[in-house]
Design a protein around this ligand. Structure first.
Ligand SMILES: Nc1nc2c(ncn2[C@@H]2O[C@H](COP(=O)(O)OP(=O)(O)OP(=O)(O)O)[C@@H](O)[C@H]2O)c(=O)[nH]1
Ligand SMILES: [Mg+2]
Length: 489
């Protein structure tokens, strides 16, 4: 008997999907661009600015097809997936350009299709090329990304890893209440909804504390605990890792059995569909990294960022037969790894920011067998909120950045109102990125390497006709050229 659809494996479903995808691709060529990044890395801002610059003739000199005038038309089109909400591009741009506020944290997945009509560069290409390329871009809450590594972990492994991490360094203190509560429960005791809930709540509080601005830690799975979407309160979210699990299978009806079942439900109902419907179908990836925030919080946050990125990049590992890798690595042939928010530093410091970023991901890239080929590392700003200047200080020229700090931001005890412009000497990154990974025992609490404040989105000038110019950026065009330039050749 042929297998019914419901018994088809994930792999088979993906293969089917790839086949139909390929067929429609002949008629209407498209690229699925994954904008990947942990929460607050800058995904939503990146997509908004990229689309705005493309639609409004922004300054994109390194985007070859655009510069040479081969792109004749760019427009938004209805997206291919009817069941996915549309990326609210117009709302995000209105907030950024008219109100000069940043978009909120993303709470659900969304999608946008951008279609370019172009003329191929070569005469040969013009003859055969359809001259049309659609780019499908997906946005989602960054927290969800950290769920991917869970697909390869059973409940026992998840519990061991999570508890070990929670007992180390700065986390031990943040996890104290949750771990103390965990120590009072017996995994072999009868399952109880009240206990499961109390543990899930204490565990979530621990994750939230790790994520807080003062800590800025990155390794925080499961992602829906912090960003539940429509799953809030469901059993699939009412579980927690348990310490010191006895060997062997849990007894039926025990707390451990209940936790295990819910963890598996979380994987199959939440993580797997997200992975299958979004991740496994990507052609190109840009991984955005907020390295500056972690650097400013110190070595522990930097290590944690490295770990989280490593866990995520491992999901692209080539060559192994795991469900995770088999379909992803076959298709993704180009990855841009970009440190975002580079407008917080003077451009003289950008090479160092790139060096730190390379250092953050180099081990993971080696592990997944992609070192050398197909990976581009850069520092960019999707939206440039600052300008550069120099000020004389003690006979020396100091490179500074000028911008409007957001209301409530403070520097040296001075609080800003969100209206006033100020010049800031941001400081510099060390020559050797390794030093950022070494705990500076002597650094006093609260002392930061960089002068780092959040700036308001920039004021965008109007041209004569009352038309707003496009959003200023740093190296958005370089990223764009690397990601899709070859498809417009
Ligand atoms: N100065 C500056 N700030 C930026 C830039 N990109 C992002 N930011 C800041 O980073 C914050 C987060 O950006 P988002 O695009 O919302 O991040 P995200 O990755 O979509 O985050 P989640 O939706 O929570 O996963 C913004 O609110 C801005 O404060 C940039 O290019 N320049
Ligand atoms: Mg977002």
């Amino acid at each position: 008997m042929p297998p019914s659809l419901t018994t088809l494996t994930d792999e088979a479903l993906l293969a089917l999907d790839a086949l139909t995808g390929r067929a429609t691709n002949l008629v209407n060529p498209s690229i699925r661009l994954g904008v990947t990044g942990l929460s607050r890395a800058g995904k939503t801002v990146f997509i908004s600015s990229l689309v705005h610059n493309l639609l409004n003739g922004g300054r994109l000199p390194l985007f070859e097809a655009g510069r040479s005038g081969r792109v004749s038309k760019i427009r938004l089109e209805p997206q291919p997936d009817d069941a996915v909400p549309r990326f609210q591009y117009e709302d995000h741009i209105r907030a950024l350009v008219a109100d000069r506020v940043w978009p909120d944290s993303t709470r659900a997945i969304s999608q946008l299709r951008l279609t370019l009509e172009y003329e191929s560069a070569s005469g040969w290409g013009r003859l055969f090329s359809p001259g049309k390329l659609s780019i499908d871009i997906v946005d989602y809450p960054g927290e969800w990304l950290l769920d991917l590594p869970l697909l390869a972990q059973d409940y026992r492994t998840f519990s061991e890893k999570t508890v070990a991490l929670a007992s180390s360094g700065i986390r031990a203190e943040l996890a104290r209440d949750w771990l103390a509560l965990s120590a009072t429960v017996d995994p072999a005791a009868d399952a109880s909804e009240a206990t499961a809930r109390a543990l899930a709540e204490a565990f979530t509080a621990y994750l939230r504390a790790c994520k807080s601005d003062e800590r800025s830690l990155s390794t925080l799975p499961p992602g829906r605990f912090l960003m539940p979407g429509d799953l809030e309160g469901s059993p699939a979210l009412t579980f927690a890792p348990l310490p010191d699990l006895a060997k062997g299978n849990p007894a039926r009806g025990s707390l451990q059995a209940m936790m295990e079942r819910r963890y598996e439900a979380y994987k199959s109902h939440v993580v797997r569909p997200f992975f299958r419907e979004h991740f496994a179908r990507l052609d190109r990836q840009i991984v955005l990294i907020d390295a500056l925030q972690a650097i400013n919080r110190g070595a522990e946050a930097v290590h944690d960022l490295e770990r989280a990125l490593g866990d995520v990049l491992d999901c692209f590992r080539a060559g192994s037969n795991s469900f995770l890798s088999s379909f992803v690595t076959r298709r993704i042939d180009r990855i841009v790894i970009a440190a975002t928010k580079a407008d917080h530093l003077h451009h003289e410091s950008h090479p160092r920011l790139e060096a730190v970023t390379r250092r953050l991901v180099e081990r993971a890239i080696e592990r997944i067998g992609m070192s050398g080929a197909g990976i581009e590392v850069m520092a960019l700003a999707s939206v440039r909120a600052t300008r550069e200047a120099t000020v004389k200080h003690g006979g020396e020229d100091l490179p500074v950045i000028v911008g409007v700090p957001m209301a409530g931001e403070t520097i040296n005890g001075e609080t800003f109102d969100g209206e006033r412009k100020t010049a800031i000497f941001p400081g510099d990154l060390p020559k050797n990125p390794d030093s950022l990974f070494e705990a500076l025992e002597s650094a006093p609490e609260g002392e930061h390497l960089l002068n780092f404040v959040r700036f308001r989105p920039p004021h965008i000038e109007e041209t004569g006709g009352g038309l707003k110019l496009s959003v200023p950026h740093i190296r958005l065009d370089r990223a764009l050229q690397y990601l899709i330039g070859d498809r417009l050749a």
